[in-house]
Design a protein around this ligand. Structure first.
Ligand SMILES: NC(=O)C1=CN([C@@H]2O[C@H](COP(=O)(O)OP(=O)(O)OC[C@H]3O[C@@H](n4cnc5c(N)ncnc54)[C@H](OP(=O)(O)O)[C@@H]3O)[C@@H](O)[C@H]2O)C=CC1
Ligand SMILES: O=C(O)C1=N[C@H](C(=O)O)C[C@H](O)C1
Length: 270
């Protein structure tokens, strides 16, 4: 049983993580929202968390939290990492829409804490990243385009996952996404070698990503679809459990799942 503090607890994902903690018998050490939140001080909805309230996390003391899970907003990142450092608690950061400077902040925090950053905590996307790198290297002349679809309330675009898949595709071509991105495709002809993004926002779509690798007359499409947010929550709790046993450092989902070793073994066999 772990004592887990959930940041962004009143949100779509925060609620899903609270459900997952209850289902797995872990303790919710804190349900953290912003200082400005209309939920601050309000009781948690689920009767199984009776007596618990949304808080800012200020009341927490070092040693009271085994691990933190953050599904909030990019502007809260520095504050969340400072709280994790104060508590000496490993942190799984799942927020997307981060700027380059935020990646530096994560790297800095990981010098003294175990920090796992995942734009997508599903097992499927961790595996798809590597499939995309393989396909982009093997299908070396193909044009690469990435399509993502999400619910109407999503703030950032392209999604964090789409950018991770873009980076994976660029890696297969021996380059970086920064050097090859065309951003969200607009008008004008396509520049050879560029990686473009298409974004769809509608209703309650949870999260869908397709990578197209197309050359004249044939194409590969790699697609991942999630229809239940609990998949992300389950992955985040699994990551938290794993991270709690790691030394300070920066980690990804694939470190926990060890998909690299799996693919290497399979590649050796085929
Ligand atoms: N890694 C993954 O697998 C996934 C990542 N995400 C990402 O997670 C993030 C959250 O998504 P979602 O739950 O849909 O968004 P919501 O808008 O539903 O929730 C965001 C939550 O963050 C809280 N929040 C805002 N500011 C702060 C702060 N300073 N400190 C603490 N909490 C704060 C908000 O509460 P309040 O305003 O009341 O404080 C709210 O509860 C997004 O970046 C999204 O892209 C989403 C799904 C999967
Ligand atoms: O905001 C969301 O909902 C999601 N965000 C993540 C992203 O930006 O990739 C992961 C998932 O697709 C859902």
């Amino acid at each position: 049983m772990m004592k887990v503090a959930v940041i962004g607890a009143s949100g779509r994902m925060g609620q899903a993580v609270l459900q997952e903690l209850i289902a797995q018998g872990h303790e919710c050490a804190a349900a953290i929202v912003s200082e400005q939140s209309s939920q601050l001080g309000q009781a948690l909805d689920d009767p199984r968390l009776a007596g618990r309230h949304y808080s800012s996390g200020r009341e927490l003391e070092p040693g009271s939290v085994d691990v933190m899970i953050d599904f909030s907003l990019p502007q809260a990142l520095s504050h969340n990492l400072a709280l994790a450092q104060h508590l000496g608690a490993p942190i799984v950061v799942c927020t997307t829409g981060l700027a380059d400077a935020d990646q530096d902040t994560l790297a800095q925090a990981s010098q003294s804490l175990p920090v796992l950053y995942a734009a997508n905590t599903s097992v499927g996307i961790a595996l798809m990243e590597q499939l995309v790198t393989l396909a982009s290297a093997g299908f070396a002349d193909a044009d690469i385009e990435i399509l993502e679809a999400h619910h109407a309330a999503k703030r950032d675009a392209p999604s964090g996952t789409a950018l991770v898949l873009g980076e994976a595709a660029a890696t297969g071509r021996g380059t970086t996404l920064a050097q090859s991105t065309a951003g969200i495709r607009g008008d004008g002809p396509r520049q050879a070698g560029s990686i473009g993004f298409a974004v769809l926002r509608a209703a309650d779509i949870v999260g869908e990503h397709s990578v197209y690798l197309a050359q004249t007359g044939e194409r590969i499409e790699l697609t991942h679809r999630i229809r239940d947010r609990q998949v992300f929550a389950r992955g985040a709790v699994q990551a938290a459990q794993w991270l709690a046993g790691q030394p300070a450092g920066r980690y990804k989902m694939r470190d926990m799942l060890d998909t690299k070793a799996l693919l290497q073994r399979l590649l050796h066999e085929i």
